[in-house]
Design a protein around this ligand. Structure first.
Ligand SMILES: Nc1nc2c(c(=O)[nH]1)N[C@H]1C(S)=C(S)[C@@H](COP(=O)(O)OP(=O)(O)OC[C@H]3O[C@@H](n4cnc5c(N)ncnc54)[C@H](O)[C@@H]3O)O[C@H]1N2
Ligand code: MOO
Length: 475
């Protein structure tokens, strides 16, 4: 019974998405004017895009009943890959800055990381035991002295037939030919060391420069600074890193109906986007300066946009053409340049990207929560990637579908999916534009090309920032 309810919910969610395909209020397409060359929307909309599937290879529409968007003379919104390319090309990364290692996490390397030293910096013992020279048995020092990690054994060479106790990580003295592990040697009453196993040349010595030589390139500019990158940088001698500053984002949540706490009541609902966007943006490499709930107040929105110093303003809601949808009018009032005005994607098609005064940007996310996420990943993610100086997304991540997914002839669909055994991905229930239940259980968003995809067809996956491992290994 429970399953049947869930199936019915899946059908209703799909119906809601498909019903939207019939929407003929095509958003306007403004010819973009940007600092970098932009893709031509009128070209083959998939040409040159690593994400696109060539039309000839595309699966036929999986659901012949799926409604087609009516033919219209209105200009088409850009295709999903083209809109992403516009967003990625809309900005330049800011000037690099220096950050101490303990403040560099989550930034992007603005310069290649090159080794400041050999690693290991000296011949190092890999084991506790004795460092030996030549074939055994070996004489040990009478006074029992040994070499500990962090101690300098000096330049006196160990001669053939000599051995010295040594600790893991200690510098091996000149002349040493191997390290004998403590469990592989015995010491006689006369202070003579005998090996219980054969000892090979260089055994258990990590030679200087084994991992890298001074000046070796370790990581390219554009690498995201992870804990492991910090560790590598420290190991090779860095105290600070040259990074791209993290972009700053203001989040403006619009809608008089939104509550900040408690249960939905009296026709009002909880704000699901305010709590979600901050951490999501952080995972995308940005810092949120402020999240403000502005209601549906055109003047408050105008003032907030005028007063913002953030690199990117994200608005939620108010992107459609309803009586209190103030985003486009506010942008017109400010004289902002619309770079993307609607995208051929479901959900999320009313999304927009605009350039504000001072080279700052605004991404307008639709109010429906899953549509807002679609817009976040379509427009904000590529823009933030550029603003934070990150390398291009490591796409494509293909995976096969466990079932067919219907789609309109002209619009891409983004659907929450989960990974199944065998690497296939399954469409999650509760994927309607106003729903987050599917997304919250998702490993990735599948990019279903215009026309839909048949069961077993390969689709690209959009990573969720906390699911890179899962999404990366799917397929
Ligand atoms: N006549 C038509 N109406 C609508 C169409 C259409 O084609 N024809 N498109 C629909 C689509 S698709 C979307 S998406 C929305 C976009 O609307 P807005 O961006 O103007 O968003 P709102 O109207 O403010 O809100 C839409 C919906 O989402 C809820 N919402 C808003 N903010 C939040 C939030 N922070 N947390 C949770 N839920 C939120 C809001 O209450 C509405 O239910 O337009 C459709 N209309
Ligand atoms: O489906 Mo709307 O496309 O919810 O953005």
């Amino acid at each position: 019974m429970k399953d049947r309810d869930a199936d019915a919910a899946l059908d209703r969610a799909t119906e809601e998405v498909l019903a939207l395909f019939a929407d003929d209020r095509r958003p306007r397409v403004a010819p973009p004017r940007t600092s970098r060359p932009l893709p031509d929307f009128t070209d083959d909309l998939f040409a040159g895009d690593p994400f696109a599937t060539p039309p000839a290879q595309r699966s036929p529409a999986a659901d012949p009943q799926a409604p087609e968007a009516p033919e219209t003379t209105a200009p088409r919104a850009p295709a999903w890959p083209a809109a992403r390319a516009v967003a990625a090309a809309a900005a330049e990364p800011p000037a690099p800055c220096a950050r101490a290692l303990d403040e560099a996490l989550g930034h992007t390397l603005a310069a290649p990381l090159t080794a400041l030293t050999d690693l290991p910096a000296f011949d190092t013992s890999a084991m506790d035991g004795w460092t030996v020279a030549g074939p055994g048995p070996w004489r040990l020092p009478r006074d029992g002295t040994g070499i500990l990690a962090g101690h300098d054994p000096g330049e006196d060479a160990l001669c053939d037939g000599q051995a010295v106790p040594i600790a893991t990580g200690a510098r091996v003295p000149p002349g040493a030919t191997a390290v004998l592990r403590s469990e592989h040697g015995t010491v006689t009453g006369q202070g003579e060391l005998h090996a219980t196993r054969r000892v090979t040349q260089g055994q258990d010595i990590r030679p200087r420069g084994q991992e890298c030589r001074t000046g070796d390139p370790l990581l390219p500019a554009g690498t995201f600074v992870t804990p492991a990158v910090l560790g590598l940088a420290a190991a090779t001698g860095y105290d600070e890193l040259t990074v791209t500053p993290r972009p700053r984002v203001d989040v403006l949540v619009l809608g008089d109906e939104l509550l900040a706490d408690g249960l939905p009541r009296e026709g009002r609902i909880r704000d699901a986007l305010g709590p979600m966007l901050g951490p999501w943006l952080h995972a995308l490499g940005a810092d949120v300066s402020v999240t403000r709930r502005l209601g549906d107040d055109a003047d408050a929105l105008h003032a907030a946009l005028e007063g913002s110093a953030a690199d990117l303003v994200l608005t939620t809601g108010g992107t459609a053409a309803g009586p209190v949808d103030h985003v486009r009018p506010a942008l017109a009032r400010l004289g902002a340049e619309l770079l993307v005005d609607g995208v051929s994607v479901r959900p999320g098609h009313p999304m927009l990207l605009a350039r504000l005064e001072g080279g700052r940007h605004l991404v307008g996310l639709p109010g429906n929560p899953l549509a807002a996420v679609a817009a976040l990943l379509t427009l904000a993610e590529p823009l933030l990637r550029t603003l934070s100086g990150r390398l291009a997304a490591p796409w494509p991540h293909p995976a096969r579908l466990t079932e067919s997914v219907p789609g309109p002839s002209a619009d891409t669909r983004l659907v929450p999916v989960t990974r199944e055994d065998g690497g296939r991905v399954r469409l999650l229930r509760f994927h309607g534009p106003a729903m987050l239940r599917g997304l919250a259980a998702a490993d990735a968003l599948a990019v279903v090309p215009p026309g839909g995809a048949a069961r077993g067809a390969e689709v690209e996956l959009l990573r969720l920032p906390w699911q890179t491992e899962a999404a990366g290994s799917a397929g």
